[in-house]
Design a protein around this ligand. Structure first.
Ligand code: BTN
Length: 268
């Protein structure tokens, strides 16, 4: 077994050698089944694991979402975490808040390669939509006590059809297979994501990503009435897109303010 790869079982979906050979990942932790890839990436301290480390599983059973949310997934969903040191990629500390948005853009770029006819949308701060429904979510975390590492967790519904899910879920969530009626390989999707992410992070580091403009072309909130819950504070108004710092701009009672975090709901 390749020393860069640590696997507890042969993978059903992923060619692990290919993932290290064809992407910028230097090591892989693979699990047949796992609670949360983010949890493993947060706790991993195997000295043999060079960064960027990819943690990937065939089946994630207790995925975590933002806040206290859970991330529901079934086998065939693509669930993984990337552990990296932004500084090694020339990403400055003040650019860290843009990592989540850069990841969302990279997911959108990837989906457009596999579902070229579908409308792909970005919902600030970290959701990606396919034909109006959420197909992917992103959870970026910093391990406690570290100021040099980030964990980028991504869940994309690839082969996990939602056809048999309850209507309440089907009305808001989508998967690539349900959209395209084609069984794209989760490994192909992951390779394309990692390559797109690498390209976009290089643009980010060089100040050339033009995130605001790039986001504007796929933002599902711009021009719509939204509410944003940030801690105890709730604001409602019209969304004016995002600013250069990645904050969402909301016009409320004639005043425009930028918000750096929170949970957004579309009101109409
Ligand atoms: C959200 O939409 O609230 C974020 C969902 C993030 C889910 C991914 S799946 C892989 C990684 N491991 C986790 O436990 N969560 C993230």
């Amino acid at each position: 077994m390749d020393t860069r790869i640590n696997a507890d079982f042969p993978s059903r979906w992923f060619d692990l050698e290919r993932l290290v050979d064809e992407t910028f990942c230097r090591s892989i932790e693979f699990r047949r089944e796992i609670g949360s890839t983010n949890d493993l990436a947060m706790s991993d301290d195997r000295s043999g694991n060079e960064l960027p480390l990819l943690v990937v599983a065939d089946d994630q059973t207790s995925g975590r979402g933002r806040g206290s949310n859970q991330w529901w997934s079934r086998e065939g969903a693509l669930t993984f975490s990337l552990k990296l040191m932004p500084q090694e990629h020339d990403i400055k500390r003040e650019q860290w808040p843009l990592i989540s948005l850069t990841t969302a853009i990279s997911v959108a770029d990837t989906l457009s390669e596999f579902a070229s006819d579908a409308v792909i949308g970005l919902k600030w701060p970290n959701d990606v939509h396919l034909s109006g429904r959420k197909v992917a979510g992103i959870l970026v975390e910093v391990p406690p006590g570290r100021d040099d590492l980030v964990i980028i967790g991504v869940g994309i519904n690839v082969l996990n059809s939602l056809n048999s899910a309850p209507e309440a879920i089907r009305s808001i969530a989508h998967s690539l297979v349900d959209e395209t009626r084609f069984e794209h390989s989760p490994c192909d999707v992951l390779v394309r994501f990692l390559r797109n992410f690498d390209q976009n992070q290089t643009l980010l580091a060089g100040g050339k990503l033009n995130l605001r403009k790039r986001w504007a072309s796929q933002c599902v909130l711009t021009g719509r009435s939204i509410s944003l819950q940030s801690g105890d504070h709730e604001v409602s108004g019209r969304c004016l897109g995002i600013d250069d710092e990645g904050a969402v701009r909301i016009e409320s009672d004639g005043e425009i303010r930028s918000w750096y975090g929170g949970v957004v709901r579309i009101q109409e």
